[in-house]
Design a protein around this ligand. Structure first.
Ligand SMILES: Cc1cc2nc3c(=O)[nH]c(=O)nc-3n(C[C@H](O)[C@H](O)[C@H](O)COP(=O)(O)OP(=O)(O)OC[C@H]3O[C@@H](n4cnc5c(N)ncnc54)[C@H](O)[C@@H]3O)c2cc1C
Length: 507
């Protein structure tokens, strides 16, 4: 396999080099977990000049980070709870992603709240949207980042979401949408690798003994690394390395439906959950013509499973019933072509007892930083605010290492593939690839423009690129994380043979 050199390439050859360099080595930071939090921390630390190893037991974005609503949001919900500080942080980080670090991965998306959901609902949405605009205007880079909230006519409602019951107007506010949450994680991990971080997937950390981190690679090879600090970024699994943290996860589920069933919307449809003033069901249009319908909030009992969570029957019913309130032609279960769920880490405060009614702190809103010896756990937060969270985490790391003079650089550090919008518009490759790979899209295009399967936009070049430069090593890496065939199981089944062929090319 002849391969081009790209910055931060996670090529098979680099993996071999990194594995041998890491074995028995001593480094400043070992990051455990390759979700958005771990990848963000690895980048912040490597960019400051620390030596960094990231160990991920499965694959990049194997956990919660690929099960999100894929929104880069300004925190309207935080405003509803009166948490202006958190809303400002979200709005600031949204402007950073849209404006400099990942303009290729984030698009501006209108959110329609139709009057058919109730005039009191649109009045509240208009007030919330205007408050959100004021917060946006108050943060650096916020002014030009998004259009402002406004009322729209009945005609405009029909144009934005043709499937809505006709005849009434509505309110539109704006937010950011990631083309794919897993792609953000891959871009972060590669950018960290470009700054020298050694990123190893298939490396499951089994124990941390003082400063010694013990892992098992590909289920066989033991690996030991000595770390100045260990950052535990294992999300809902954080308890394994920090037993004192008490997690009570809650499941959030989405359904996948073909966009034509809502008239191929160009805006996200926003419908309040019956009885709630701050929780909504969104019908989120995707670039590939699908619509994701979410979100639920269901407590999960018992230990956190390693397997991917699945939406429950009642959640499917709740999502369909809520959105159907405003649709001219209601959706039913036969319209659902896929479904996914992710677990929010809710953390019990150390002071809480074990009985019913004990308060939980919702860490899906704010993150937790906690030291246990040389292990610093960072749990919770949002995709949107990963960078601020990583900066705070690495500030604590450098203080502990006695290297506090090293400052975070990430606020102005473009991720791999990023370029200013005018430059992205000039990239000589199909717009769909530019939205996923940015300035690297021509390389992906040159690796094979043919579709993986008829009726889907993903190309063979994307799979080859994933194997040669993005650390993909299995069919699941290719179809469930570097691309998202897995969100529609019938399409995934058709793509398996091509994924296997592409993996065989690299043997
Ligand atoms: C349903 C839902 C919707 C959401 N929607 C949004 C949204 O629209 N916008 C937004 O900003 N945020 C959203 N969030 C929040 C966001 O998705 C999470 O905050 C974020 O993805 C958490 O990332 P993480 O890296 O901390 O955890 P994870 O992504 O779960 O990463 C943890 C990683 O650690 C690895 N790991 C675990 N144990 C070990 C071990 N022993 N050794 C090595 N590796 C290990 C796992 O394999 C995993 O890859 C949503 C969350 C949920 C649940």
């Amino acid at each position: 396999m002849v391969s081009l050199w790209l910055p931060g390439t996670l090529s098979p050859a680099r993996r071999v080099r990194d594995l041998s360099a890491v074995a028995g080595a001593a480094v400043d930071v070992v990051v455990v977990g390759g979700g958005v939090t771990g990848a963000g921390v690895a980048l912040d630390a490597a960019a400051r000049g620390l030596s960094v190893v990231l160990l991920e037991r499965s694959d990049l974005a194997a956990g919660t980070s690929r099960w999100s609503s894929k929104l880069v949001h300004g925190g309207l919900r935080y405003l509803a709870h009166g948490d202006i500080g958190l809303a400002r942080e979200s709005a600031r980080e949204r402007a950073v992603l849209i404006g400099s670090t990942a303009p290729h991965l984030v698009r501006r998306l209108p959110f329609l709240v139709p009057d058919v959901a109730g005039r009191d609902v649109t009045a509240l949405a208009a007030a919330g949207g205007r408050l959100g605009d004021a917060v946006r205007l108050s943060v650096p880079g916020g002014r030009g980042s998004l259009p402002s909230t406004r009322r729209v006519s009945a005609d405009e409602v029909s144009r934005l979401v043709p499937g809505v019951r006709p005849g009434r107007g509505g309110v539109v506010f704006w937010d950011g949408q990631l083309v794919d949450d897993a792609r953000l994680v891959v871009a972060l991990a590669r950018t960290a690798a470009a700054y020298g971080a050694r990123v190893l997937t298939g490396a499951s950390v089994s124990a941390v003994d003082g400063h010694d981190v013990h892992a098992v690679v590909d289920g066989r090879e033991p690996l030991a690394v000595r770390a100045g600090v260990v950052v535990n970024a294992t999300g809902v699994w954080a308890q394994q390395l920090a037993p004192a943290i008490r997690l009570v996860p809650s499941r959030g589920s989405h359904l996948v439906v073909p966009g034509h069933r809502l008239g191929s919307p160009s805006a996200a449809l926003t419908v309040p959950l019956p009885g709630s003033r701050s929780r909504y069901v969104f019908a989120l249009p995707q670039a590939d013509g699908l619509v994701y319908l979410g979100l639920t909030d269901e407590p999960v009992e018992g230990p956190v499973p390693h397997d991917d969570p699945e939406p429950g029957d009642a959640e499917v019913a709740q999502l369909l019933a809520t959105v159907n309130q405003v649709l001219a032609e209601p959706l039913d279960r036969s319209d659902v072509v896929g479904a996914y769920a992710g677990l929010r880490p809710l953390v019990l405060p150390a002071s809480a007892g074990a009985g019913p009614g004990d308060a939980t702190a919702d860490l899906s809103r704010k993150h937790l930083l906690r030291w246990d010896g040389p292990v610093l756990s960072v749990v919770g937060g949002k995709l949107t605010t990963y960078r601020a969270m990583a900066e705070e985490t690495v500030d604590a790391v450098v203080a502990r290492l006695g290297r506090g003079a090293l400052r975070s650089l990430t606020v102005r550090l473009p991720l791999i593939g990023a370029a200013p919008r005018p430059a992205l518009e000039r990239v000589a490759a199909p717009a769909r690839l530019v939205a996923r790979y940015g300035a690297e899209a021509p390389v992906v295009e040159a690796l094979g423009p043919a579709a993986v399967v008829a009726g889907r936009p993903e190309t063979v070049g994307e799979l080859r690129f994933a194997v040669r430069h993005e650390g993909a090593r299995s069919v699941a890496d290719l179809l469930d994380r570097r691309t998202r065939f897995g969100l529609v199981p019938a399409d995934r089944a058709r793509a398996v043979a091509v994924a296997e062929q592409v993996l065989a090319e690299s043997d």
